[in-house]
Ligand binder design. Structure first.
Ligand code: ARG
Length: 459
């Protein structure tokens, strides 16, 4: 069949070229945005007397019918159509006749597609933020139950100082909160309407871009028509934000994988969020976490793909830009799945507080507190640090922990040591005394949970 744009040519395209050119298989998911955008466009055309009120009514009524039929399944996408924009216009004209041909006045597919993506992605941002909020809320819940659960904190993956599991989890809540905030910021910049930029240069019709923008829930309009149709920053920005979010989930995944190993045994994943091996009967694998870690690469790839597509494009629209959609859709789909699975996985895991405690008891993670003890008795920190190190070496030699050395053994290093040192280096004390804001004490973790909850309630 000849294309709607036939004229200059007879519009008959080689089948191969036609398939290659077509985007309806993936841009069909923007049908709702496309149709709503067209309704607003028809209303604007009438408001500006470019078409009559009766014509606008016919157009809007026809568009409503198409939307309803697509939602119900009575109408399905025609793969022969080039893209969603052509499909809707074609069906509309078939249904209501020649009036349908008036819809595309003072508009181009270039500004239309830019409009549709912005509308689609701002909804995606809302869904992603809701899922991030749900995961943060799970983290607050689990942190609350484990605000006093002692585990080793690590640097260089070496046991460093005692912390609580609640404190550790809240670190991820903070990251996700920043992600949600970045997404809100991205949405704010995205929420400007390109419709009315037309093909590239604006239009000779007396249109009202702001009328249309307002009807569609935008905060304003793109102020340069060339930029309006060429700009895909909002896609790149969204995928950057999603890449950072995935980086956070990937780091978290790495820890979940380590923690659920036999070597750590800090957590046990629920049977409902782990898998077995087809050959090794004893296995229980953290596949969900591994997949989240793996899919992070995929989202980075989506971002890199678009940045590379855009880097050499002259203004204004180029067909290369049709390549924007699959990547950004994939990034959104992937992140949504990952957030949801992660929340389920964390909510259902069992925390092995006994193993965490056991691990915290070895590794001399109270050596800093031992040095601080001497500092509080008047010794300069560097000198105290040295003595604490020597005592650790002595323990390693004697195959014991700091708590097991006698007072005499301590006093051989410094007269400042007294009976009270044992209380000071107990893990509970080490944790309990880290009362600095943001620290690991129970009160501090409680304050963090309270603050994070306040933030998500505002979301
Ligand atoms: N399917 C196209 C896209 O996604 C719509 C815009 C087509 N514009 C054009 N001048 N051919 O980019």
């Amino acid at each position: 069949m000849a294309k709607m744009w036939s004229g200059r040519t007879d519009g008959v395209v080689d089948k191969l070229a036609d398939d290659f050119n077509s985007s309806i298989s993936f841009d069909c998911r923007m049908y709702r945005q496309d149709i709503t955008g067209s309704m607003a466009h028809a209303a604007m055309l009438a408001a500006k007397n470019i078409i009559t009120e009766a014509e606008a009514e016919e157009l809007i009524c026809g568009l409503e019918g198409i939307l309803g039929d697509l939602e119900s399944g009575a109408l399905t996408f025609d793969p022969e159509c080039e893209d969603i924009h052509m499909f809707v216009e074609q069906v509309l004209t078939q249904r209501i006749g020649d009036v349908g041909k008036k819809l595309h006045t003072a508009r181009s597919r270039n500004d239309q597609v830019a409009l549709d993506i912005r509308m689609y992605l701002r909804d995606e941002i809302d869904s992603i933020r809701a899922l991030a909020k749900a995961l943060i809320s799970v983290l607050c819940e689990v942190s609350e139950s484990h605000k006093a659960t002692i585990m080793p904190g690590y640097t260089h993956l070496q046991r460093a100082q005692p912390i609580t599991f609640g404190h550790h989890l809240m670190a991820y809540a903070m990251m996700l909160l920043r992600d949600a905030d970045r997404l809100a910021d991205c949405r704010r910049r995205m929420n400007l309407s390109p419709i009315g930029c037309c093909a590239l240069a604006g239009t000779t019709y007396d249109t009202d871009r702001r009328f249309e923008a307002e009807k569609l829930g935008f905060d304003g309009i793109c102020l340069n028509s060339l930029d309006g149709v060429s700009d895909r920053d909002f896609c790149a920005e969204l995928m950057s934000d999603l890449s950072i979010l995935m980086m956070h989930l990937s780091r978290f995944s790495e820890e979940v994988i380590l923690w659920s190993s036999w070597e750590f045994k800090f957590i046990e994943l629920s049977d409902t969020f782990s898998t077995g091996s087809s050959i090794m009967p004893q296995k229980k694998n953290p596949d969900m976490a591994e997949l989240v870690r793996g899919k992070t690469g995929r989202v980075y790839g989506d971002l890199m793909g678009l940045l590379t597509t855009l880097k050499g494009l002259p203004l204004a629209y180029n067909k290369d830009m049709q390549e924007d959609k699959e990547g950004v859709f994939d990034a959104c789909d992937t992140v949504k799945m990952c957030l949801e699975v992660f929340a389920g996985m964390i909510k259902t895991m069992t925390v092995r507080t006994d193993n965490m405690k056991k691990a915290a008891q070895t590794g001399f993670i109270n050596a800093t507190d031992l040095a601080d003890y001497l500092v509080k008795k008047g010794m300069p920190f560097r000198a105290a640090y040295k003595i604490s190190g020597k005592l650790v070496a002595e323990c390693i030699e004697k195959k014991c922990v700091l708590e097991e050395l006698s007072l005499e053994e301590y006093r051989a290093h410094s007269e400042l040591f007294g009976e009270d040192l044992y209380g000071e280096i107990a893990l509970e004390t080490c944790v309990g005394k880290r009362i600095s804001e943001g620290g690991t004490s129970v009160e501090s973790v409680e304050a963090q949970i309270k603050w994070v909850k306040e933030q998500i309630n505002k979301m």
